[in-house]
Design a protein around this ligand. Structure first.
Ligand code: NAD
Length: 353
């Protein structure tokens, strides 16, 4: 217990619920970092953790990230996240989802869940049988929702355009070279939007066939996963893993801008400082990748209040992401601090810390 409270990940979380249901075999952690701005909103990760201590670390780091992300997106939501600890065979049963829904309901609306890694729309539908504090449900008439990936990609595309204008003085993407790491739901969405505007694209994925297919589709070039970070380009867009901007990662970059959707890109604070020292414009991940949570949060609020909420409304809100990035970059230039530091300070003020 003492070790856990001494960990920087603890960061004075408001509430941590450890759930175990003997009947279904469900073991889950629900972490609520801050409800200062509203109910803690953030997805549920279904994952097998060989060391359960890593599940707690994940829950704490991710829920704090959601506090920052939701506050910076101007959503009336706080930060929370849940992890469900799966067996090594990844078994997820209806009974487990029922028990998990009951656990969320027992929190009385303090926590609102949605999809994260290992979760599907069908899982959210199952959970919604036991609680109304769930979003990311299938799209219904006049209501946002569904797969957050395309909404996240749209926000990143807008953020990349803003960065290109800010740093390179270019009003459109024609001929701008973007190197994309990760060709999954988010990366492929970003690639398609950029390609439609004439950007020059290089991409990589550890699934080489996936990168090759996307490159053929959008008219770009696929390279090996190990080459993408050092590809000379205007924009490096990380859309795969976190912690890629470590000492070696930052040293490898040959770009003017880093702007992409992967969560927790900067490994350690000094790596953000080094990015700034190298005069690489950085779009803080939790600001640029908020499109998905904006979509599901607006869906949740609309359902709760019995109001309609269309994709147009959601996209209008996502359209505010570039303004927030520009504010951060202006403040960063004025204060001589990296964008990550400025964003972190702003987010903490917003959540009253
Ligand atoms: P995804 O699983 O659909 O795609 C990730 C892709 O990255 C896969 O194709 C995978 O093969 C590839 N990949 C993994 N390691 C790689 C490596 N070392 N080099 C190159 N490619 C690699 O996931 P996604 O939904 O597209 O999410 C991508 C990132 O964006 C994740 O960090 C996620 O946490 C973050 N994110 C996603 C959303 C969303 O709405 N989906 C929202 C916010 C943040």
């Amino acid at each position: 217990m003492a070790t856990f409270l001494n960990s920087p990940d603890w960061d004075e979380h408001e509430w941590i619920e450890l759930v175990h249901d003997r009947k279904s075999g469900l073991t889950a952690i629900i972490a609520l970092h801050s409800t200062h701005c509203g109910p803690g909103a953030g997805g549920t990760r279904f994952w097998h953790y060989p060391d359960p201590a890593d599940a707690m670390t994940d829950a704490l780091r991710l829920s704090r990230g959601m506090s920052y992300k939701n506050a910076m997106a101007g959503l009336p939501m706080g930060g929370g996240k849940a992890v469900v600890l799966l067996d090594s065979d990844g078994t997820k049963t209806e009974a487990m989802l029922d028990a998990f829904g009951d656990a969320i309901e027992a929190l009385g609306g303090a926590y609102v869940t949605a999809e994260d890694v290992g979760a599907s729309e069908a899982d959210m539908v199952a959970i919604s049988k036991r609680t109304s504090h769930v979003c990311g449900l299938p799209v219904e008439q006049g209501m946002a929702g569904g797969d957050p990936g395309p909404f996240t990609a749209y926000g990143i595309y807008l953020g990349i355009k803003a960065a290109v204008e800010h740093k390179l003085g270019k009003a459109n993407m024609a001929g701008v070279h973007v190197a994309l790491q990760g060709c999954g739901s988010v990366g492929s969405g970003v690639a398609r939007l950029l390609a439609a505007e004439g950007a020059r694209l290089t991409m990589a994925d550890i699934d080489e066939a996936r990168a090759a297919r996307l490159a053929a589709d959008v008219g770009g070039k696929a390279v090996a996963a190990g080459e993408i970070m050092s590809t000379p380009c205007d924009v490096f867009s990380p859309n795969a893993l976190g912690a890629i901007l470590d000492t070696n990662g930052v040293a490898a970059l040959d770009c003017a801008i880093v702007a992409g959707g992967a969560n927790n890109q900067i490994a350690r604070p000094e790596n953000g400082v080094e990015l700034f020292r190298r005069d690489i414009l950085y779009a803080p991940d939790y600001v640029i990748n908020a499109g998905g949570i904006i979509n599901v949060s607006l869906e949740y609020l609309a359902r709760r209040d019995g109001q309609p909420c269309t994709a147009e409304t959601v996209n209008r809100r996502i359209g505010q992401i570039p303004d927030r990035l520009r504010e951060i970059w202006r403040e960063s230039a004025a204060s001589g601090q990296g964008a990550e530091v400025v964003a972190g300070e702003t987010a903490r003020k917003l959540i009253g810390r």
